[in-house]
Design a protein around this ligand. Structure first.
Ligand SMILES: [Zn+2]
Length: 129
């Protein structure tokens, strides 16, 4: 997936926040942690790119989930679009917000030890507890 040369376009549900990602996209994953489940309503699928490669239009609100990271969402429609660790120069963006074709394939499920008890992960994609 690295260097797929594609320009990815995404937006929130209402369109007030949109973004373009151009460059080194990596780590397509589905997060099952309780924070992502609460924020999204289920699991959160994302990939990450250098901060400089993610161009955001509009004004997402940044919610500081913890000491270490923040989450960006649209203040109008609530779409959860971005996740950024304070000490990393990469930012994660929601795969569900992207226009197709994305050229992206999920690489892993993460924080599966923290997943909800109401579903099983049965798609054969590698799991990391
Ligand atoms: Zn919106």
């Amino acid at each position: 997936m690295k260097g797929n040369g594609r320009v990815l376009k995404g937006r929130c549900n209402c369109g007030a926040v949109s973004f373009i990602v151009e460059g080194d996209v990596q780590g397509a994953s589905v997060c099952h942690c309780s924070q992502c489940r609460r924020q999204s309503g289920h699991t959160w699928a994302s990939a990450h790119a250098p901060v400089s490669a993610v161009k955001i239009s509009g004004a997402p609100r940044w919610y500081h989930t913890s000491e270490t990271a923040r989450r960006g969402f649209c203040t109008t429609c609530g779409s959860f679009l971005f996740w950024k660790a304070h000490d990393e120069d990469r930012m994660s963006f929601a795969l569900g917000a992207l226009e197709a074709p994305t050229g992206i394939t999920l690489e892993k499920h993460i924080f599966t030890a923290d997943k909800g008890d109401y579903y099983e992960i049965a798609d054969g994609v590698p799991q990391r507890p």
